[in-house]
Design a protein around this ligand. Structure first.
Ligand SMILES: Nc1ncnc2c1ncn2[C@@H]1O[C@H](COP(=O)(O)OP(=O)(O)OP(=O)(O)O)[C@@H](O)[C@H]1O
Ligand SMILES: [Mg+2]
Length: 311
């Protein structure tokens, strides 16, 4: 599959006149976004997500490394026509109506009158603002503003859509609406790159994720692989015996009314553990295989990165 966006060994620092030391915001970032996928760029506040996006858009330039868009150097201005962008804190002209706002940007992008007449009502419907297009933006709720911003980002049918925190500050209903639109865009063959620290949303819709912490990418891959490979564990509930936990990599989750629940993360350990229960004539009550959530995975990766001193 082709890479739509690619960072190769990209480092970025901002000049800080107060300190001689260079403050690296991104360090040796290697990242690729494939055609037709939804890529979630996840990281805590200040990790460098917006900086990465600014570099991709050509608003900032790297100190080292290279960035390509559609296989060409990202600095080529003509490529900007193929990108749609929703900023983190979009600024809207409050007194324009939703329709006027989209029309204004459509003109800036050079859409002719016929195209604007067809595209604007279509987009208003797509983002579920079909009946509110004649209302001023200052009367829109946060969720409505986020949706009209998304409509603006896809006015000229871009191939790559970059969304900086499109889900932040929205209620569950608003998040769902944006998620559905993103899924719909993928269905149309678009590539979507979005940043977030809302892990559940990424978990629901992303094909692949990258986890960034303090300017370093600490993990990247398809979600199922990341979670499946590293974070499966089992919970065994049993009664009627005492197993010596020190002989296993096991953790007691609960011990109530003679029923114990133990968590094991190693498959061989699990076999031995079950055998031990049988040998002691204990009673197996339940056995569940669990996958850690993206949240567990994320927190663990950040912890590992920081402990190892890599980040
Ligand atoms: N213009 C600037 N000059 C100096 N430092 C900056 C500048 N812009 C951002 N930074 C610093 O770069 C780091 C990364 O910022 P960035 O905005 O990319 O993070 P982020 O992951 O988008 O965070 P958030 O989740 O809060 O939006 C932060 O430590 C921030 O203070
Ligand atoms: Mg940001």
């Amino acid at each position: 599959m082709d890479n739509v966006l690619e960072f190769r060994n990209v480092s970025k620092c901002y000049k800080t006149h107060l300190s001689i030391r260079k403050g690296w915001i991104l360090r040796e970032l290697n990242l690729s976004v494939k055609a037709g996928e939804i890529f979630g760029y996840i990281g805590p506040n200040g990790a460098g997500k917006t900086t990465t996006i600014r570099l991709a858009l050509g608003i900032l330039f790297p100190n080292a490394g290279s960035i390509s868009l559609f296989g060409q150097p990202a600095s080529r201005v003509v490529l900007k026509n193929r990108i749609g962008f929703l900023p983190e804190n979009p600024y809207f002209y409050d007194y324009l109506t939703g329709e006027e706002f989209l029309d204004f940007y459509a003109r800036l992008l050079g859409l002719n009158a016929a195209r604007r007449r067809e595209r604007i009502p279509y987009l208003l419907d797509l983002v579920d603002l079909g009946s509110r297009g004649d209302r001023q933006l200052r009367k829109y709720s946060k969720g409505m503003l986020q949706r009209i911003g998304l409509a603006q980002a896809i006015l000229n049918e871009p191939d790559l859509i970059i969304l900086d925190e499109p889900l932040s500050g929205l209620d569950p209903m608003g998040r769902r609406q944006i998620r559905d639109i993103i899924l719909d865009l993928r269905q149309q063959g678009k590539t979507i790159f979005f940043s977030s620290h809302i892990l559940q949303d990424a978990e629901m819709i992303c094909d692949r994720i990258g986890i960034l912490d303090r300017g370093r990418l600490i993990s990247i891959g398809p979600l199922a692989d990341l979670l499946g490979r590293e974070t499966e564990f089992w919970e065994v509930t049993f009664s009627g015996c005492q197993v010596n936990l020190a002989e296993f990599q096991a953790e007691m989750v609960s011990n109530r009314n003679g029923e114990q629940m133990v968590r094991l993360s190693d498959e061989d350990d699990l076999e031995r553990f079950l055998e031990e229960i049988r040998n002691q004539d204990g009673k197996l009550r339940s056995l569940h295989s669990q996958r850690a959530t993206l949240e567990d995975f994320f927190l663990e990766k950040v912890r590992q990165g920081r402990e190892s001193g890599r980040v």
